[in-house]
Design a protein around this ligand. Structure first.
Ligand code: GLP
Length: 270
């Protein structure tokens, strides 16, 4: 696993943006050979989404032949609800780039048969040849997508009950009304994420410091589902300085040293 330590959220977002852009550019996607992205919601990817929009507007990248699969969606929240992940993605990203609506995939948390919805989602990912690059954030308790502590590290797309901690944290998007936050969500599994050819996780802020230390120094454990990335052949965590607060000094220095020629986003050639 690589660990790219950036100074702050802005440079973390910039580095992640250029990594994604360089992957898209080098894949040179076509209609018959599209590039498949896995995408997250949350505050962590917002800076990256804005930068990707800017690169699109500057004509540096195109989303014409990109297929996307979102990580998760609340159950029972209408698609048009401002806090649904459908709304989040269209408002913050898709409406501002040239992605084809038919290439966007987001789990339907209102499907009549949720189990079937999840199985079909897995089948759709398989049908396009799998995910090339899965992007993500992490919860304070180390969850990736909505794979809360205790999720199997081999899990597939399914319905999950959210922890009280996650519900309380996410209530900030629901006018701080805990009761308004859905209690369940559909989410890709840890196994679904692990099947991607590459995974890039953004970790920002002091409240993610424990998740980061577990991800980098902890043992692989279902208690911190992000630790599964240690078993992935090509995973990258991009973090900022505040998130490094609990890393051992030796760990911090090790990754700063080994990645010293790669920390400037301009090293990611477009
Ligand atoms: C939610 C999402 C995750 C996200 C996490 C952290 O639980 N399901 O995909 O990584 O929140 O969100 P934020 O980036 O806002 O801290």
């Amino acid at each position: 696993m690589r660990l790219i330590i950036q100074e702050n959220y802005a440079s973390l977002s910039k580095w992640s943006t250029y990594y994604v852009a360089s992957k898209i550019r080098s894949a040179n996607p076509t209609p018959s050979k599209p590039f498949v992205l896995g995408l997250p919601t949350g505050s962590s990817p917002l800076g990256m989404y804005q930068n990707l929009i800017d690169l699109y507007r500057e004509g540096i990248i195109s989303f014409e032949n990109i297929i996307t699969f979102n990580m998760d969606e609340y159950v029972g929240l209408p698609e048009e609800h401002p806090q649904s992940y459908h709304s989040f993605m269209w408002n913050n990203f898709f409406s501002q780039i040239n992605i084809k609506p038919e290439n966007v995939h987001i789990l339907n948390g209102n499907a009549p048969d949720l189990k079937q919805e999840c199985e079909q989602y897995e089948a759709k990912i398989k049908a396009v040849g799998g995910i090339d690059l899965f992007l993500g954030g992490v919860g304070a308790d180390g969850h990736i997508a909505f794979n809360e502590p205790g999720s199997s590290l081999f899990s597939r797309t399914r319905i999950k009950t959210l922890t009280t901690d996650t519900i309380i944290l996410n209530s900030r998007f629901f006018d701080d009304e805990v009761d308004q936050v859905p209690k369940t969500a559909l989410t890709v599994g840890v196994g679904t994420i692990m099947d991607a050819k590459e995974v890039l996780i953004m970790v920002s802020g002091y409240n993610k410091a424990e998740a980061l230390v577990q991800a980098v120094e902890g043992a692989v454990s279902q208690k911190w589902t992000i630790t599964a990335l240690q078993m992935h052949p090509k995973s990258i965590i991009v973090c900022d300085e505040p998130a490094c607060d609990k890393l051992q000094l030796g760990t911090y220095k090790y990754f700063k040293d080994i990645e010293k020629n790669n920390l400037d986003y301009r090293s990611l050639l477009l």
